[in-house]
Ligand binder design. Sequence first.
Ligand code: 5GP
Length: 188
Amino acid sequence: MEEKILAEGEILPGNILKVGNFLNQQIDTDFLKEIGKEIARLYKDSGVTKIFTIEASGIAIAVAAGYELGVPVVFAKKNRSDNISGDTYVTKVDSFTHKTTNTIVVSREFIKAGEKILIVDDFLANGNALIGLCDIVKQAGATVVGAAIAIEKGFQKGGDMLREKGLRVESLAILDSMTYDGIVFRAQ
Ligand code: 5GP
């Protein structure tokens, strides 16, 4: 992941890393398969029953991991309650990239009490997306076994804050700094 970021990532104003060349818009499918295998290796002994992510850019990674772990994938929808029938779990998430607040929604039938949920996402920045997904799992009476993140921006404090609270957060690459002069990765 680090090599891929250095070779193909692009730093945009506002502390945004663009990875549209391999993860967020065009998807490098061989690389995606490797991501799925690595997430499965990290969580294979955790008894995961389902993977939970948020549309849109978490879905590909979640499916790659779900395929390797042999479990279904559920994704929360953003601001589209009209599209979802029946009872729902709802929470609010401040979007880092769009500077808006999204209401995220998932049908109650897809997350049940007692399930062991692995949360997957493409980026971890301030942690709002992860906190929102954890909130929905809690509403369902299910358990979060941990989070698997493709790219954590460690200079924003979401990851460290959630680890301090006791959540297992595994990130395939952690950026401790990101400037136009270069990127420094955290040794892990
Ligand atoms: P957080 O909620 O942790 O602040 O931000 C995570 C969410 O914002 C992720 O779901 C991701 O889609 C988006 N995000 C945050 N930072 C970046 C970034 O640097 N690049 C891209 N492409 N997405 C980001």
